[in-house]
Ligand binder design. Sequence first.
Ligand code: PEP
Length: 241
Amino acid sequence: MIIAANLKMNLKRKDLQHYKETLQTQLSLLNSVDAVIFPNMACLLDSSYFQDIPLTQGAQNAYPAKNGAYTGEIGSEILEELGIRTILIGHSERRELGDNQEFCLAKFTYYQELGFRIFYCIGEPLHIRKKGLSAVMDFLQTQISGIDLHYPSLVIAYEPIWAIGATQPASIEEISATHLNLKNLFRNINPTRDIPLLYGGSVKADNAREISQINGVDGMLIGSGALNPQNFLHIIKETLE
Ligand code: PEP
């Protein structure tokens, strides 16, 4: 099971240190999953900082270039210097800030070529969900258009936009049906690999177990529910029971 924490624009360096120290107290728990953290971009640390705990640090975003005249962006050169080889691409909050499909694809292609592990996010807005599953699938297909599903270091996160930062996640039936359809779609394109498919959207300790047990859910991408390291650990524990 992949358990990933997207800390967004939250937590300072001091908090991240506390985060690490808290996780350090539960190494066996952490060891039992594939744990990933995407810290606040200004808090990215040299990956050696995490080398004594089984936790991968990833970048929430990056520009598709090594370096250059891209004010306010970070490129692959600095990520590689920090030992970061994992990246989140296509999060709905980035898409809302202007990352259209073409730009998401440019990022995907660039970081694929560098061999990064890519967590690629897809998810529909509420008005599409209201039209039913077939409209949802049509929408999600536009978001994976051009993405190389044969890439061996690809993880996909299905995050319905209307369930992100909400009071509750998508229903078990909605997650189950969407994951089943996505898995079939992926399998038709690449029958040789079961592409890991995460669910994201209001996952918390009290719903993590039920969600993690849904057929076709290979892990979870967690935002607010993982801001507190104790909650992150609690979620991991729930997925193991
Ligand atoms: C996210 O933004 O990736 C996310 C899943 O957020 P939250 O868990 O807060 O809904």
